[in-house]
Design a protein around this ligand. Structure first.
Ligand SMILES: [Ca+2]
Ligand SMILES: [Ca+2]
Ligand SMILES: [Ca+2]
Length: 674
């Protein structure tokens, strides 16, 4: 499994099947959305024309002779609308969602033959095989009791005991305890961002994944709650949204509100039960921060109940893989029930999945998943934003392209880097990849296995390790993957939105996607030559970096920069111990500097102390040096339109002031910033 964000390019959102003069008529052979690989038996998804969609009623045969003939020939058992058109009807019709039907027939029938028969019907416009997404075999490494009692050698912003091990939020470059080769500053810059916001409950993040353990001690307080169901009757769909007892989300595989993370499948003799993946991803987005236990989340609040909220959209249930149809309905649910960020650490490898998706734009034959994703993006479920955002993982196949659906250019797709700031050995890269985040590394620089180089988050302790015959036994553990990188980006998106909510700022989903892909530190500068990695804890090999240049996204996402970009403040990135010449032109633009004179700068004492700032001023330039990493605001006052305030007989300068944010980090590598 893996993950990514939605990037709504200006060009994209029209149904390309619409051409001048109406819908293009496709030949039967052109109607297929995907290949018949790894598909569910006895099931097909079809997209019909407007008239047919309106004429059909759910659960019954069409009443049209042609379909009934086909239906009889193929032993069709039911034809049913995929989406719940009773809710948000008009918005769904605008995306063509009323036109998707699922056809069920005898499982013994040859699916491809049935599909060809349907494709011949003129009012059937697209035919999609119901591709199954296999559940990957993944595992976590539980954190030990000794580590839980880890000493806190540094001052930390929150009291969560394991926060010092979460290098992905704030990397101190501790080779001994984290990763041989770990580099200070190779993180998402969470500590700086938390000075501005730690989350807001109005922001709901849907975690589309395995079920989230909603009563986990470090997650429960940040779970989204459907009040109607919480206070309703068990076994009854109290809010009439199509799902019974959906208190914290849904199980899209079973079509109910009963979310699971248990070992049922394992007990039933299957090799793979639930793995804890969904619970781990959820903890990165919003484990409860500063509550004195466990870990912190990127947008988990500050211990006062103000974290962003997690909605669980379960698309894997024990050993069951998921299908395109389930995924589409899960995404629809998230849109209909208030999520504004869709966190997706899953996708289809190129070897299966949706091979025709890359030509979907030109042929118009895209499937129900993309339809549902576009519907999600079209909704506005946060008061601070027009539209919603979608984030996907790039995939862990070391492939030269992002996996679908993340590869679609409408969404932001996340690659993974290691604690040394270099691409991980597994991350996909190339077309479709938009931004990099920490995903953890399993193949180390010096061959000594250290789980601490992976991402630390929440786990369901009762879940079985699929490789070892035992339960995890811990509420916390390590995992690695683009699946782990993705929720860092979703978490930062949630922080930016929280800041917007709290400060009365309004933005569009396009703007948020732009912030997520432009608030970055440079990665390409370090991608030359090779480094040695170790496979399976011993075999050394050269890992070539040039291959990745320009292909892992715009850079490494930085949460502090993201919030500053939203705020519109001038950000000045400086390296600890190095003097930085801050010119007035950098602050006010490069207009007529002869008429703009820097008058003074103000640095508050607490900022001075925190960053160890020494500063000097000469000729419209402030020379700044920081002794410590951190973030602080300085105020620069200048005279615009003259050399002195009110100077001259009739005209004079106007006294202006502007905030400048100093972001001091270690190891910026002269160009670590964009
Ligand atoms: Ca319900
Ligand atoms: Ca109920
Ligand atoms: Ca905690």
């Amino acid at each position: 499994m893996f993950a990514l964000v939605a990037l709504f390019a200006a060009s994209c959102v029209q149904d390309p099947i619409m051409v001048e003069g109406g819908e293009k008529t496709l030949a039967a052979t052109e109607k297929f959305v995907n290949k018949a690989e790894n598909v569910a038996p006895g099931e097909l998804i079809i997209y019909v024309d407007e008239e047919t969609a309106d004429a059909w009623t759910a659960d019954t045969r069409s009443g049209e002779m042609a379909l009934d003939a086909v239906a009889n020939e193929c032993s069709v058992e039911s034809v049913k609308q995929v989406f719940n058109m009773a809710i948000n009807t008009e918005a769904k019709r605008a995306q063509g969602m009323h036109r998707w039907f699922v056809v069920k027939f005898d499982k013994e029938s040859n699916v491809e033959n049935v599909a060809k028969t349907f494709a011949e019907l003129k009012y059937v416009r697209r035919v999609e095989f119901c591709t199954m997404l296999e559940k990957p075999k993944i595992t976590a490494v539980p954190v030990s009791e000794a580590e839980i009692a880890a000493t806190r050698a540094y001052e930390e912003p929150f009291d969560d005991p394991k926060l010092p091990l979460q290098w992905h939020y704030n990397n101190r470059g501790l080779n001994e305890s984290i990763f041989e080769g770990a580099k200070a500053g190779e993180d998402i810059g969470a500590y700086g961002a938390w000075k501005y916001t730690t989350g807001n409950p109005e922001v709901v993040v849907a975690v589309v994944d395995e079920g989230v353990k909603y009563d986990h001690p470090d997650l429960a307080d940040n779970m989204w709650v459907n009040q109607a169901e919480l206070n309703g009757v068990e076994g009854v769909d109290d809010d009439n949204n199509g799902y019974v007892d959906d208190i914290h989300g849904i199980n899209a595989v079973k079509g109910t509100g009963y979310i699971t993370w248990d070992r049922v499948a394992y007990d039933e003799g299957d090799y793979v039960g639930d793995t804890g993946h969904g619970t781990h991803v959820a903890g990165t987005v919003a484990a409860v921060s500063n509550n004195g236990i466990g870990v912190a989340g990127v947008a988990g609040g500050n211990g006062t109940g103000n974290g962003v909220r997690i909605m669980s959209v379960q698309i894997f249930d024990a050993n069951d893989g998921t299908s395109i149809e389930n995924n589409a309905r899960g995404i629809e649910y998230a849109a209909d029930n208030g999520a504004c960020i869709l966190q997706n650490s899953w996708g289809y490898p190129h070897s299966q999945g949706s091979p025709k998706n890359d030509s979907a734009y030109s042929t118009g034959t895209y499937g129900i998943e993309l339809t549902a994703l576009r519907y999600f993006a079209s909704k506005s479920n946060c008061s601070a934003m027009t539209g919603n955002v979608i984030i996907f993982a790039a995939g862990n196949d070391h492939a030269t392209m992002a996996n679908y659906p993340g590869a679609f250019n409408e969404f932001v797709c996340v690659t993974a880097y290691a604690p040394d700031g270099l691409p991980t050995t597994y991350t996909n890269y190339g077309p479709g990849c938009n931004v990099a985040a920490p995903g953890g590394e399993t193949e180390l620089l010096k061959g000594a296995w250290s789980d601490n180089g992976c991402v630390l988050s929440t786990l369901p302790k009762e879940t079985f390790d699929p490789y070892l015959d035992r339960a995890y036994g811990s509420d916390y553990g390590y995992m690695a993957g683009t699946s782990m990188a993705c929720p860092h980006v979703s978490g930062v998106a949630a922080l930016v939105l929280s800041y917007a909510v709290e400060n009365g700022i309004h933005l569009t989903n396009t703007q948020l996607n732009d912030i997520l892909t432009s608030s970055v530190r440079n990665i390409d500068n370090s991608l030359t030559g090779s480094v040695v990695r170790h496979k399976n804890n011993k075999t050394a090999y050269q890992f070539y970096l040039d291959e990745y240049r320009g292909k892992v996204g715009t850079g490494k996402l930085d949460a502090t920069l993201a919030i500053m970009n939203l705020r519109g403040a001038t950000c000045v990135p400086v390296t600890v111990g190095e003097e930085y010449a801050l010119k007035l032109g950098e602050i006010v633009g490069t207009g007529d500097l002869n008429l703009t004179v820097m008058r003074e700068y103000v640095i508050a004492d607490d900022v001075k102390a925190r960053l160890g700032i020494s500063a000097d001023y000469f000729n419209n330039t402030i020379f700044i040096k920081c002794a410590k990493p951190g973030i602080g605001v300085i105020t620069v006052k200048y005279v615009a339109g003259g050399t002195t305030v009110g100077g001259g007989a009739t005209t004079g300068g106007k006294l202006m002031e502007k905030e400048v944010v100093i972001i001091s980090r270690e190891n910026n590598d002269n160009g670590g910033w964009l």
